[in-house]
Unconditional design. Structure first.
Length: 143
């Protein structure tokens, strides 16, 4: 943990991740509060990468406090020159990749997955109108 600031400039943090931004990469130090285990986090990462390959995560390293915790560090390409996407653009994008909008704002599903928390703070849109999902909650549906 003593070297975590070497990753980059501290960025926005949430319940689950502290972020650090370098020139081309965002590093997310995950405390496992939402996922509960490294295995579940990595399963979520694999689902994210399958659905949203343009914002794929990579396991970069592990950090933590000696004898007390292990925290995975994920890396993701920095989306430059983008703004939070309007909800209508998110809805349109998710429909285009085969998801149905559910009753709750920012929640979508298809046969295989349910994805939620796709709201403007977690989805970016660049000048060309391209959509980038940078953070999402995902679960695999039971078949």
């Amino acid at each position: 943990m003593a070297l975590v600031f070497d990753l980059g400039t501290p960025g926005p943090s949430g319940n689950e991740n502290d972020t650090y931004v370098s020139d081309d990469t965002v590093y997310k130090v995950n405390n496992l509060l939402n996922s509960g285990s490294i295995v579940r986090l990595l399963e979520k990462v694999m689902m994210h990468n399958a659905i949203f390959p343009f914002t794929s995560y990579h396991l970069y390293a592990f950090t933590g406090f000696d004898g007390r915790s292990v925290m995975p560090v994920l890396s993701q390409d920095l989306v430059k020159n983008a703004m939070p996407a309007p909800q209508i653009a998110i809805d349109t994008y998710m429909a285009a990749i085969g998801f149905n909008r559910e009753d709750s704002v920012g929640r979508y599903s298809n046969t295989h997955y349910t994805v939620w928390d796709l709201i403007p703070r977690n989805v970016l849109q660049d000048r060309d109108g391209d959509i980038f999902v940078v953070d999402a909650e995902i679960k695999q549906n039971k078949q």
